[in-house]
Design a protein around this ligand. Structure first.
Ligand code: F6P
Length: 318
């Protein structure tokens, strides 16, 4: 049996650990593995290489993805998907393990319907795949954010400043919320909390005047409002001097944490087990610390869980 493995969409720390697990789990079962470059683009363009146990040496600790990643919007078109199917037939590839976010999952479901069995692993820092408690890369990105917020807190305290720190997450507030809980940030703004500028300024004045705080941290989830603009408003309307930091792509890099390495390893192994047993159009999830697989369409139809209790906990303790 021959299978392919690819990484697609935004990269995330732990993708290499997942590739390593897929390669080693497959080869130990006598399955040949092709590493496909640059996501679905490499598949369509027949750009791949056979991977052995040795090819993935040292990969467990490396950030990024050794196969490269890309977003290929054209992959929504059936004519493009059929090119990928042709390549699989030419190469004798019977199944694919794809690692990425929801766009990657959609591609895998489409290919499965066209006869190429696909198993998807959730690889994204955003933690926005509702079927799994954690995605590969979320924990490492969270650690990067926390390390940086802690540093910003030092300088904010020294200068009586309010730091507005914008974090990634696409439309999901988990990175922002978990970072706020980990750092004791005064305010967290996500899609779930909504954004009310007047209320935020009022709260900052309360922290300053009543609670006598000498700094404040605002964690802002991306795609809600402009961090620089917010910092300026804070300077104009509170006693704090506002400063904005957009953490950006630094959140996507770095060596994966042990949590992400273990998650990627368990998920990669499970994907090979499912593909070897002839399953198709499934994604691998972690739920209550158990690695399970569910249908991709079912996973895509799920909505992200409410984090109401965690938001309330955060507010209670500030
Ligand atoms: O999905 C991962 C992610 O990093 C999001 O958090 C962010 O909105 C987006 O990708 C950035 O995409 P790009 O790397 O294409 O700028």
């Amino acid at each position: 049996m021959k299978i392919g493995v690819l990484t697609s969409g935004g990269d995330s720390p732990g993708m290499n650990a997942a590739i390593r697990a897929v390669v080693r789990s497959a080869t130990s079962r006598g399955i040949e593995v092709y590493g496909i470059y640059d996501g679905y683009r490499g598949l369509v363009e027949n750009n791949m290489i056979e991977l052995t146990r040795k090819s993935v040496s040292d990969m467990i600790l490396k950030g990024g993805t050794m196969l490269g990643s890309a977003r290929l919007p054209e992959f929504k078109e059936e004519s493009v998907q059929l090119k990928a199917v042709d390549v699989c037939h030419q190469r004798g590839i019977k199944g694919l393990v794809v690692i990425g976010g929801d766009g990657t999952f959609k591609g895998a479901a489409a290919l499965s319907n066209l006869g190429i069995n696909c198993i998807a692993l959730p690889g994204t820092i955003d933690n926005d795949i509702a079927s799994t408690d954690y995605t590969i890369g979320f924990d490492t990105a969270l650690n990067t954010i926390v390390e940086n917020v802690d540093k910003l807190r030092d300088t904010s305290s020294s200068h009586h400043r309010c730091s507005v720190i914008q974090v990634m997450g696409n439309r999901c507030g988990d990175l922002a919320l978990y970072a706020a809980l980990s750092t004791g940030a005064e305010i967290v703004i996500t899609k779930e909390t909504g954004f009310d500028e007047a209320e935020m300024l009022e709260r900052l004045r309360y922290y300053e005047n009543t609670k006598k705080k000498n700094h404040a941290i605002v964690i802002l989830s991306e795609k809600i409002t402009d961090a620089e603009f917010l910092a300026q408003k804070i300077s104009e309307n509170t006693g704090f001097s506002g400063r904005a930091t957009v953490l950006g792509h630094i959140q996507r890099g770095g060596s994966p944490t042990p949590f992400d390495r273990i998650l990627a390893t368990r998920m990669g192994d499970k994907a090979v087990e499912r593909i070897a047993a002839g399953h198709r159009s499934e994604c691998i999830c972690i739920r209550d610390n158990k690695i399970v697989s569910i249908d991709i369409d079912e996973a895509l139809s799920m909505t992200n869980p409410s984090r109401k209790e965690l938001f309330e906990l955060h507010d209670r303790l500030i």
